[in-house]
Structure formats: C-alpha cells, structure tokens
Design a protein around this ligand. Structure first.
Ligand SMILES: O=P(O)(O)OC[C@H]1O[C@](O)(CO)[C@@H](O)[C@@H]1O
Length: 497
C-alpha cells in the first residue's frame, strides 16, 4: 500500500548528484507536449519518487477521478456540480460539449454583428469583472493582443474608482461597448463598476447605454433584471468555475480583440493538453509529473511557496493568473468530505518577470533560508523585433539562473559569498507564444491543480473561503456588522461609520 510515508522516506540526494548517477536523467525527466518543452531534471524528482507517487495516485483513484471530471460527474461535491471547463474546448461529456458549442456559436454571432457595425462604430471595449472574470481575459489580451489594433480593450476589476477613471479618460463613450462579466451577476465590485460606466455614458450623451452592454454570465436572469436585453447576454454553464472560465464567454474580450479564429486556436491548444492529460500514462503525463514535483516540495521538503518567473513580457500577467488558479483551488484546510487535510495544501504562489526579478528577489532564492521551487517560463521565438541580442540575453539569463540555483558555489573563507546550491527549478520552454500554445499552457496548469487536489483529497472547485470577508464588507457598507474594537476604530477614522 502506498502512502505519504513511502514518499517521505525516499533518500534525499543533491540534484547534481542525481545527474551524475544517471546519464539518462535529462531524457527521463523532460517531455514535449503541444509545443511546450517541460524539463524537471533540475528538481529532486527521482524515478523512485515517481513510482511512489504513482502508487499514491492509484490509491486516490486519480485515473477514475480524472474520468469522472471529463465525464461530467458531480466532482465538485460541495456544490453538487459537474466541472465543465474542458467541455468548452470540446473535451467532456457530449451534453456539456454540445451546450458549450451552442454558447460559442452565439458568442461568435454577436462578435460578427459588432464587426458588421450593428452597434455603430465600436473602437473601445470596456470589460468589467473581477477574479476569474478578469484575470484570464486580461492575460489573453495582454499576451496575444499586441498586433491587433482594431479594438482597444480595457479590463477593469478593482472597485477603486481610479481604475475606471483611467479608462474614462482615454475612451470615447459613444464608441465604447460595455462588457459586464460576472458568473453570478451579483459581485459588488463588478456591479458597481458597471453602474458607474453606465453613468459615464449617460453623462456623455449616449442615448441608450444599456443597449451597449454585453453580459457574460451563468446567471442570465440576473443580467436581464439588471437591464441587459436577452440578445446581448452570452451565457455559460454553472459547471464552469470562475477561475476556469476564460474558455467560455468570459473570454469575449480576447475573442473580439484577436478574432474568432485565434479564439478557436486557443481552445484547440487547450484540447490538445486535455487529451494528453486524459490519455497518457501517469509517468509521461506533464500535468501529473508537475503535480508530483509540487507535492514532493510541499509535503517532503516543507516548501511553503513556489515561484513561476516568466522570462517573456507577454507572460507578465501569468503569475497573477496562477495565483488565483492555484490558491483559490487548493488553498483549503479540509478534504472533499469535510475532514481536516492534516498536511500542507497549496503552496503560496508568487513569482514575477525575468530578468527584472533577478535584481529584486533572486537574492532570497539563491541564499535565503526558504527553499522555493522555481519555475522558469521562456519562449524560443522572440516577441520583439529589436536586435537578436535582447532575446539571447533574456533566455540565457533564465537558463543560467536555473544552473546557478542548482550548482551553487562553496566559499569556505567567506560565508556571505557562498551559495548552497541544490535549489530546484523546472523550465517550460515554448516554441512560440501563440493562441494555441497559450491554450495548452493554461490547460496544463488547470490539470496540474486538479492532480494536486486529488492527491490531497481536496475539492479544487469550490471557494467558500472568500465568502466571510465579502459578507462582513457588505454588512459594514450597510452601516451594520458586529466588529471588533480595532476594525470599528478604522471605520470611524476613515469617516465611514
Ligand atoms: O464572476 P463573479 O461571479 O463576479 O465572481 C468573480 C470572482 O469572485 C470569486 O467568487 C471570489 O470572490 C471568484 O471565484 C470569482 O472568479
């Protein structure tokens, strides 16, 4: 029988020694899937560790739970719902896939109508949404949208009015489409931003501002109640979780900015990763191996964080996207049946952009007391058109950092200048950054989160942890709430009582 103690008892060998012991290490711990090269050879994973994790995965019925997810079973047990984001990419139970295809067809028709000037000349798209209703579309538009100039897309999430005001200053209200993205259509920040955007349009003489609203939601009734005409509501299924929703109508800003063909490419890239995840043996399965490495570090080496660094400006929003995906999914204290997990769950996900991060936070990675598994992301084909030297420097820096973390450097005479080494990193090297590869990359992370959740016994698809704070803020906004002395004092000092 496999359990965590088998994994915890595995010998702990320096990574450099693992390379020395096994000339095949690089090929054993790297994979190529959907235009992405994955290299875990500079982690502490060993073949014995993979075998022990495979046994644990069998014990937790990973294969069965994977099939249950794709098959439309209610794997989101606490909310008694299926998990349908893969159906958006055409991978899932036939009923969910057909429904997603209908919703996509509807979305495409509306985009065609906008292109055909049904709303008059549209130049600006103001998308209001928060969390999963903003981070995914923002990532897509930022990563892929540079060469597409027809629409200027702004994604506003924060309830801080400054975020919206910045956009009002540069957008023409008469040429703006207001996109309200909210799965529930009740989120305070989004509804307040939507109302302020309507008021801005009204103040600037737009006749029928509600006629320029497009709603992206799984609660069409609420959108109708709020004033959106049914023809401009793009629904998606309840079973598509907020942080998994960029494939649905929530991806509207990306679909309009990049064009429908590119949106389909994104879905197809993700579907390719879905098929890889669903059909490949565990020891050759990219999301599975990545999750094994995550779990090795959280459970065996006590790592409380992990840090992805994007060595590509186009992926600069990826770390924030991953923060929600990983921390909202697996930042839980109880298992799916409500018993305490009894071991660390999701590592705190942080990270940044290389090379900037090297001059800011890498000190801690090289010499600090925390062991942080690092993930380097880089793209072979440059996004810029400057001299090749920029991209050469960028990639070489990423690779050299991984080497330095692993190798370290002894300095018996001067401990301040010594590097302990043996610090793990994995590298994801993309051939190109296009819609298809980005789709595959994001789907890889989704499945990795799922595997982590299954092996810990967690339901990765609910997020009750966010509710209490929301509730208390709502009570405070109504002048109520039973607050402690410190909070009461802060409310009074800010003149909010
Ligand atoms: O799309 P909605 O319903 O506005 O929710 C926005 C976000 O709020 C959360 O529920 C957390 O507060 C996220 O899970 C979600 O992505």
């Amino acid at each position: 029988m496999a359990d965590w103690s088998t994994i915890e008892a595995l010998p702990q060998t320096r990574i450099e020694q693992l390379f020395a012991d096994d000339p095949e290490r690089l090929s054993k711990f790297s994979l190529d899937v959907a235009g992405i090269h994955f290299d875990w050879s500079k982690t502490h994973l060993t073949w014995d560790a993979i075998k022990a994790f495979e046994a644990l995965a069998a014990e937790q019925d990973l294969a069965g739970k994977r099939e249950a997810m794709f098959g439309g079973a209610h794997v989101n047990v606490t909310e008694d719902r299926p998990v349908e984001h893969t159906a958006e990419r055409g991978e899932g139970n036939p009923e969910s896939v057909a429904r997603a295809a209908d919703y996509h067809a509807r979305m495409r028709m509306l985009i065609d109508a906008i292109e055909a000037d049904a709303f008059g000349p549209v130049r600006h798209v103001l998308h209001v949404g928060i969390g999963g209703s903003a981070l995914g579309p923002d990532l897509l538009v930022d990563a892929l949208g540079r060469d597409y100039e027809r629409y200027d897309v702004a994604i506003v999430s924060n309830v801080d009015g400054m975020a919206l005001e910045d956009v009002f200053e540069r957008f023409d209200p008469a040429a703006t489409l207001l996109v309200v993205a909210s799965k529930t259509f009740t989120t305070t920040e989004t509804m307040m931003n939507a109302e302020s955007a309507i008021a801005w349009m009204q103040q600037h003489g737009v006749d029928d501002p509600y006629g320029r609203v497009i709603a992206l939601t799984a609660s069409p009734d609420k959108a109708i109640e709020w004033g959106v005409d049914e023809t401009r509501i793009l629904p998606f299924s309840e079973g598509v979780g907020g942080r998994y929703s960029l494939w649905s109508s929530i991806g509207f800003p990306a679909a309009i900015k990049l064009g429908w063909d590119q949106f389909e490419e994104l879905l197809e890239g993700a579907a390719e990763m879905d098929r890889h995840f669903r059909l490949t043996a565990l020891h050759e399965n990219a999301p599975v191996i990545a999750a094994f490495a995550d779990l090795y570090y959280t459970q065996v080496r006590g790592c409380e964080t992990r840090a992805p660094f994007a060595y590509d400006e186009r992926l600069r929003l990826l770390p924030s996207y991953l923060q929600q995906l990983e921390m909202e999914s697996n930042g839980k204290g109880v298992t799916a049946d409500g018993t305490p997990v009894g071991r660390p769950t999701a590592p705190i996900t942080w990270g940044g952009v290389g090379t900037d991060a090297q001059h800011a936070v890498f000190q801690l990675l090289h010499q600090g007391t925390h062991l942080v598994p690092v993930e380097f992301l880089a793209v072979i084909e440059p996004g810029d058109t400057l001299s090749d030297e920029h991209h050469r420097q960028l990639l070489l820096n990423a690779f050299a950092q991984g080497a330095a973390l692993m190798k370290g450097r002894a300095n018996p005479d001067d401990p301040a200048r010594a590097y302990p080494g043996d610090r793990p990193s994995s590298t994801l090297l993309l051939d190109v950054l296009d819609a298809r590869t980005l789709g595959a990359l994001i789907a890889f992370y989704e499945h990795r989160v799922f595997v982590n959740g299954v092996l810990l016994g967690i339901n990765s698809f609910d997020q009750f942890g966010v509710e209490l704070g929301k509730e208390m803020a709502k009570a405070a906004a109504k002048g109520g709430g039973d607050f402690d002395p410190s909070t009461t004092d802060l409310i009074n000092r800010a003149g909010l009582a």
